[in-house]
Structures are given as structure tokens and as C-alpha cells.
Design a protein around this ligand. Structure first.
Ligand code: ADP
Ligand code: MG
Length: 582
């Protein structure tokens, strides 16, 4: 045993430095944050993984010559907590300790720039004038030279790029360039919003598949981008990202919350794309939770989470139904045929909604196609709504909201339940009671099932006895009772279904994640039909039309008459399509 002794200051400083900077990525992160704090609008990153070297150049305000002596000393900062990304004055000091640090900088007040080099204690060892543009270039070379354990594997490029991309998403007004070993890897142009940058970072995204909103909500300012669940999802949760006050952070409960909003709106094992940037008054954020500031404490956490949930839900509402650029491919994609267990009866009960109908796009049912699709007119186009999927979504949300158990007027009998089936019903709280040989009595039912007819209820209960958990049970019941394809619907029934479906919280997909509707935008139809001249738009009465066709099968007089009745040359062909040889 040894006596308890205080650590030497040298050990303490070494440990602290290692805590802040634990990788080349951490070095890059700190340099990026310093450049952003200096109000840079152009940031250049160069990385040399083999040399354990990183350099960040910015056009920010620079460091005054008089301060070059201080900057790399421990706990020296020019910043106030919360007003900027840095505030601890630790990064440059740690970088000096763990590698070799050089700074070239020019501040607006100085006649020329300076090049400065530091020793392992963060003391200035060399300073010379240098021709430098306004701004700062910080180079850290030979990182971890004395820490062989940290150097076991060469730094990977991908996480370094992710750092730059995240910084760019949170600071869209900055332009960025990243070089590795002299080769350009990434360049990003400034944009106006998180969404502008996201489209550069993920160029394969189609902007029509995203929803973006910036929301001022009291003292908070939200930027939220999400991928519409019927059009976009990912194999990994790598694009569920949250930034607070300019920095992306680890917020597992927010990630879970976001996942939960998309739960049963995406196919199994798929994840949404959601990027959120929340800007708050600095006093509501405490960054002193993690040395890398990758975690934080937030004031009013639950209220903020509730706000986020609402913003996501409102972005998921049906809007103008902008057609996806990929709709053509969507139409072509042949989907595997799925067979449903279906109920013979049309469920006519729809959940009551607290969402004002006036906010919903007016959809008018026009016809049923192949007894599968509802053709609906939308002010901006034409929608095809798959009747089974739409009804499944309606039922699923209704069932979720009405799952509380009630006692039915007459108990339901079930026969031939296996021990596992009994156990599952037990877990769902349905308490099957033995009632004669091979028969059980159910005295408690989910409210959503109460009004179904007895045979239907039995079917639903058997379905439930096959489900592993509550969520799966709710999906199964929703699907089972949903209006199946092949059932003819009246216009009134279709209209009712459309309205109920529009009011759901997550209308884009059914609970298995399949898209519910296809929107054809009127502007795309107009382009397709080369409709620029008003000839065909003029109203003509039915009787006139009939007689015109009789007298004039080729339509010459018909066209002439229309032209005359329009009374101007405005209806003359004007676009290039009309002059093309026919
Ligand atoms: P912190 O960022 O917490 O203040 P750092 O060790 O990262 O601590 O930086 C110390 C100081 O050096 C900063 O407060 C700032 O004044 C100055 N500094 C560092 N990098 C830059 C830069 N790129 N441009 C201007 N000033 C910088
Ligand atoms: Mg800093």
C-alpha cells in the first residue's frame, strides 16, 4: 500500500488534455468550433491522417498579435459561456500538449500577420511576421506522438467528414472545403437553411421527398427537416440528428422520441431521416456534462420534447401533395403481392379528430378504380389513395387511442387456445378464464374491438393471441379489420374514408410502412399534356358539344367556334410545341 498523495500538476494537465482531445477528430472538432466562434464564413480543412495532422484555416476575426502569448495556456479564453461554442480555454492548450501546435493569424487591428509556434506546455516558443490574409490558420501535427496507445489505428476519414458536415448543417451560411493529403474531398456552398445544406451533404436526396420548416416558438427557434416516410427511409438510424445552439449532440431520449413518431409508419428495420436544430437562449443550456460537449443539460426538457413532437407531427400532415420526382418510378415499381386476412364487413367507424378540418387539403372522391384505389381530386392535382392501406392507418390510430380494456355486454368464448396463446392474451391483460373443455371466456376487451360483431371479435382475439407484443397486436387488429381491396365503395363511403384518413397523425404510410397514396401534381400533368394554350379549357355546353360532333366529325368547325367564342387571339397556339410538325 502507498500513502495517499496529490498528483503532480504535470499528470493532472496530461490527463485533462487527453480527456478533451481523444482523437484526430476531436482535434478537428475543436478547431472548427474556434473558426466558427471567430465568425468565419469560409473554412478550409486539410487532413493528413498518416501524419496525424490537421489544419483549419478560416477568414474569421483573427487573433491579435498581443494575445498570441496567451492563447495556448491552460484555461485562457476570450469567450463567455453560452455565447459561443468554446468557453473553457482548454482546446489549444490540450492540442499543444498532445501534438505540435502552430498558429498563423492576422487580426484586423494588426498591420500584418504572425506565425507562432508553441511548446508542449502551451508556451509561445517562436513568433515571426508572416504575410497573412485576415483570419487564422491553426495546424496541429504529430498528434499523440507521445501517446502510442492512442495511435493504434490510423484515423478514418468518414468520421472527420461527418464532423464537417454536421458543423455545416448547423452553420449554413459558411462555405467549406475539405482536402485530404492534398486531394479535395468535400466542398459545400453556403445556403439559407439546414435543408439547403442537407441537400448538398446528401445529394442523392430529392427535395420533394423532404419537409422543412423553421419555427419560432416563444424563446426557441427550431429548424426541422424530415424525410416523408412513404418516400424516404434508411437502413440505419444514422440520420436522426439533433443540434442545439450550433452543435450536434447525443440525445438518446430525443432520438427515441423521433423514432416513436415514425413508429409503425416505416417498414420494419427502417429508420427515418430527421435533422433538428434547436436554438435556445444560452442560459437554458448547460454544456458542462461531457468534456467534448457532446451531451448537455437542458432546461424545460419535457416541454421541449413536446414541442419537437408537435413540430414533427405537423410536418407529417398532408399538404399540397407535391408529387415526388420519383413518382414515375413509383408507379413502375412492382410491389410483391401481399395477402391480407380480411373482414367481410366494411368498418364504418372512424376516429373523432381534434384537428380542424379547415386545415386539411380538400380532397374530393371521384371514383373507385379496380375496387382498390380511390381517385380523388385535390386542388393541386390528382391523388390515388389505396383503400385498404388508408383504412388500415385510420384503424391503427383509432385502436391505439382506444386500447383501454372494457367489459363487453356478453363475454367472448374462444376455443383451442394453445398455452402460448393463453400466455400472450394474459400479457395483454385480457385474462382468459377456463370455461369448459378446451374453451376460454374473455371478459375484458380493448374498447376498439367492443363494437365489432361477435364473430369479428373472436377473429381479432385469435389474432391478438398470436402477437408478441402490444404494438404488434394493435397493427394486427388494424390490418385484420381494414377494408379489403376488391370491395366496392360508394362515393359517400370513399369520401368518408378520405376524410378520416386525412385526419390521422401519420397519413403517409400504413402501419407496416407502405405508402398510402400517390400524388400527381396538376403542374406535372399540365407539362405532360403540353397544356399552355387555353383552347380546351373553354366551357362548352353538353348539347352544343353533341351537335358539334355530329355535324363536324373532324372537329374543324368545333375548333373554329371555340376560337370565335374566346373572342381574342389569346387562345392561339403560343408555345413551341404547337409549331412542331405533327
Ligand atoms: P475556447 O475556444 O474555449 O476559448 P480555445 O483553447 O479553443 O478555448 O481557444 C483559446 C482562445 O484562442 C479563444 O478564446 C480565442 O480567443 C482564440 N482563438 C482560437 N482559435 C481562434 C480562431 N480560429 N480565430 C480567432 N481566435 C481564435
Ligand atoms: Mg475552442
Amino acid at each position: 500500500m502507498f500513502q495517499i498523495q496529490p498528483l503532480t500538476p504535470e499528470r493532472i494537465a496530461r490527463m485533462a488534455a487527453g480527456e478533451v482531445i481523444d482523437s484526430l477528430g476531436a482535434a478537428l472538432r475543436e478547431l472548427l468550433e474556434n473558426a466558427l466562434d471567430a465568425q468565419a464564413t469560409r473554412i478550409q480543412v486539410e487532413i493528413w491522417p498518416t501524419r496525424w495532422q490537421v489544419r483549419v484555416g478560416d477568414n474569421g476575426h483573427g487573433i491579435p498579435a498581443s494575445e498570441l502569448e496567451q492563447v495556448a495556456r491552460r484555461h485562457t479564453t476570450s469567450k463567455l459561456e453560452g455565447r459561443s461554442l468554446g468557453f473553457r480555454g482548454e482546446a489549444l492548450h490540450s492540442l499543444a500538449r498532445l501534438g505540435s501546435l502552430a498558429i498563423q493569424t492576422r487580426h484586423a487591428d494588426d498591420a500584418h500577420g504572425w506565425l507562432a509556434a508553441y511548446d508542449r506546455q502551451g508556451e509561445l516558443i517562436h513568433k515571426q511576421p508572416a504575410a497573412t490574409a485576415l483570419g487564422t490558420v491553426v495546424t496541429v501535427a504529430d498528434l499523440f506522438a507521445d501517446w502510442p496507445l492512442r495511435r493504434r489505428a490510423l484515423p478514418q476519414t468518414r468520421p472527420l467528414l461527418t464532423l464537417v458536415q454536421n458543423a455545416a448543417l448547423a452553420h449554413p451560411w459558411v462555405s467549406w472545403q475539405v482536402h485530404q493529403e492534398g486531394q479535395l474531398l468535400l466542398s459545400l456552398w453556403p445556403g439559407k437553411s439546414l435543408q439547403d445544406l442537407l441537400l448538398q451533404v446528401l445529394p442523392q436526396l430529392d427535395p420533394t421527398d423532404l419537409r422543412y420548416r423553421r419555427i419560432q416558438d416563444g424563446d426557441s427557434d427550431w429548424e426541422v427537416v424530415l424525410g416523408l416516410p412513404d418516400r424516404l427511409h434508411r437502413p440505419h438510424p444514422d440520420w436522426i440528428r439533433v443540434a442545439v445552439n450550433g452543435r450536434f449532440v447525443q440525445m438518446p431520449d430525443w432520438q427515441r422520441l423521433i423514432q416513436s413518431v415514425f413508429h409503425h409508419a416505416l417498414p420494419r428495420h427502417r429508420h427515418p431521416l430527421v435533422v433538428v436544430h434547436l436554438r435556445l437562449p444560452p442560459e437554458q443550456v448547460d454544456w458542462n456534462r461531457h468534456p467534448a460537449k457532446s451531451e448537455l443539460y437542458l432546461e424545460n426538457l419535457t416541454a421541449r420534447q413536446e414541442q419537437l413532437r408537435q413540430h414533427l407531427h405537423s410536418l407529417l400532415q398532408l399538404g399540397s401533395g407535391q408529387a415526388s420526382r420519383r413518382s414515375v418510378h413509383l408507379i413502375r415499381a412492382s410491389e410483391a403481392k401481399v395477402v391480407y386476412r380480411v373482414s367481410p364487413d366494411l368498418q364504418s367507424r372512424f376516429p373523432p379528430s381534434d384537428r380542424p378540418t379547415s386545415l386539411l387539403p380538400p380532397l374530393k372522391a371521384l371514383a373507385q378504380l379496380h375496387r382498390i384505389y380511390i381517385l380523388a381530386e385535390h386542388p393541386q392535382g390528382l391523388w390515388l389513395v389505396e383503400q385498404h392501406l388508408a383504412h388500415e392507418r385510420v384503424r391503427y390510430e383509432y385502436i391505439q387511442q382506444h386500447w383501454q380494456l372494457v367489459a363487453p355486454a356478453t363475454p367472448v368464448t374462444l376455443q383451442g387456445l394453445s398455452p402460448q396463446a393463453l400466455e400472450r392474451l394474459e400479457q395483454l391483460g385480457l385474462e382468459p378464464e377456463p370455461f369448459g373443455p378446451n374453451t376460454h371466456l374473455i371478459r375484458r376487451l380493448p374498447l376498439a374491438l367492443e363494437s365489432e360483431d361477435p364473430e369479428e371479435v373472436q377473429g381479432s382475439l385469435l389474432e391478438l393471441s398470436r402477437c408478441q407484443d402490444l404494438q404488434a397486436a394493435q397493427v394486427a387488429v388494424a390490418c385484420r379489420g381494414a377494408l379489403r381491396n376488391g370491395i366496392p365503395l360508394t362515393l359517400e363511403q370513399m369520401q368518408k374514408l378520405l376524410e378520416a384518413w386525412q385526419r390521422t397523425a401519420n397519413p403517409h404510410t400504413c402501419p407496416h410502412g407502405r405508402p398510402v397514396y400517390l400524388a400527381l401534381a396538376e403542374k406535372d400533368l399540365a407539362r405532360y399534356f403540353r397544356r399552355r394554350w387555353g383552347l380546351c379549357d373553354r366551357p362548352i355546353s353538353d348539347s352544343k358539344l353533341g351537335s358539334l360532333w355530329e355535324l363536324d366529325p373532324l372537329g374543324d368547325r368545333f375548333a373554329a367556334q371555340v376560337r370565335r367564342s374566346s373572342g381574342s387571339s389569346a387562345s392561339e397556339p403560343t408555345d413551341e410545341a404547337s409549331s412542331a410538325p405533327l
